[in-house]
Ligand binder design. Structure first.
Ligand code: FES
Length: 352
């Protein structure tokens, strides 16, 4: 006779086992390899015609991907960015975005679908049980992996099914081209657009705050004045484009403190005019330290010494700030004597 107290754990019925496992399985060894179900051949394994149909289907998907990639590039080149189209049920949307999204989606989907169909119908589907091994691989294991890899490559029929192989390589080779054309959206190189600004001989320097032409007496030691070219008004269509290139910082230094000889010649009684656009990536410079004559770009802390040709003394900027040659007109206003002699702004592109 047995009781609840004296029943050994191994004698509990299956439903009372503390791990919830079947007592029957416990008896056998719960960690034993249950083995694999018997392999069932697919239609493609036994019917070569079915295998060819699958091969053609895979090739079709890869070819579709190639066509979609070509369509993507063609859309990017030919469809105007501002073209609006009506697509049900999306409504009015950018035609370019729609075309790019559709073609890119089809290109990616077709590569994926082709690969999946290939794996499911033509590659070997014999299941292999692999036992766990210590993490450290023995030389024999590495040799086995190598052999398995070669076997897998052979069974994938990549060498035999040339139609799949060629179309797959075509799809995978062509698809990255879509990324190349997207690089264009990172922004075109400025080419010579930054080489010229509005400044030209005789153009007055106008205070950006007061909108009044500047006289030398308006620029006092220790102050930082921002200036724009005469005639450039905020309501002008091109204001943002032009001011982004022509904005100036005006500072008065003691002529004796100016170390750079050319800087001295391009100044007027110690008043120097430099581009306000940082030569790193183009932030507007706005901080001036009177004692050191340093100006600081707030974006990445590039620091320029205005008493020494605005050379870079700290930070990632690669070039000194371009200086504008200035003088005084007959009417007594500060005026430009030329355009900048170097391109203004970022120097990540080659200035030549
Ligand atoms: S933009 Fe001026 S330091 Fe980066």
């Amino acid at each position: 006779m047995s009781s609840q107290e004296d029943t050994p754990e191994e004698n509990l019925p299956a439903e009372q086992d503390e791990h919830g496992a079947l007592a029957e399985a416990d008896e056998k060894d719960p960690f034993a390899d249950p083995g694999l179900p018997p392999h069932e051949h697919r239609i493609q394994d036994i019917d070569e015609e079915a295998a060819r149909r699958s091969e053609r289907a895979v090739a079709f998907m890869f070819t579709l991907s190639m066509l979609a990639t070509v369509g993507f590039i063609a859309s990017f080149v030919t469809i105007p960015a501002d073209k609006i189209v009506y697509i049900f049920p999306l409504g009015h949307i950018s035609g370019l975005n729609f075309a790019l999204g559709m073609t890119l989606g089809i290109a990616l989907f077709a590569i994926g679908a082709g690969a999946v169909h290939w794996a499911r119908t033509l590659m070997s589907d014999v299941e292999i049980a692999d036992e766990r091994h210590p993490i450290e691989a023995e030389p024999e294991v590495r040799a086995k992996v190598h052999a398995d890899f070669k076997q897998g490559a052979k069974e994938s029929a990549l060498g035999r099914r040339k139609l799949i192989r060629n179309t797959m390589f075509g799809a995978l080779t062509l698809f990255p081209l879509s990324a190349v054309v997207l690089l264009r959206d990172l922004g075109p190189l400025p080419e010579d657009k930054l080489r010229h600004t509005m400044w030209k001989p005789g153009l007055k320097l106008v205070n950006m705050n007061t909108n009044e032409p500047l006289r030398p007496s308006d620029v006092v030691v220790g102050s930082l004045t921002f200036a724009k070219p005469e005639g450039l008004e905020e309501h002008d269509h091109e204001f943002q484009t032009e001011i982004a290139k022509a904005a100036l910082m005006i500072v008065r230094l003691q002529p004796a403190n100016i170390k750079d000889k050319r800087e001295l010649e391009w100044s007027h009684e110690g008043i120097v005019a430099y581009s306000k656009i940082c030569t790193h990536v183009g932030c507007p410079i706005s901080l001036y330290e009177q004692q050191t004559h340093h100006v600081l770009c707030p974006c990445h802390q590039s620091t320029f010494d205005l008493s020494d040709g605005a050379r870079v003394i700290f930070g990632p900027a690669g070039h000194a700030l371009p200086q504008l040659r200035i003088g005084v007109s007959d009417e007594g206003y500060l005026e430009a004597l030329s355009d900048f002699e170097e391109p203004v702004g970022p120097s990540f592109w080659e200035r030549g």
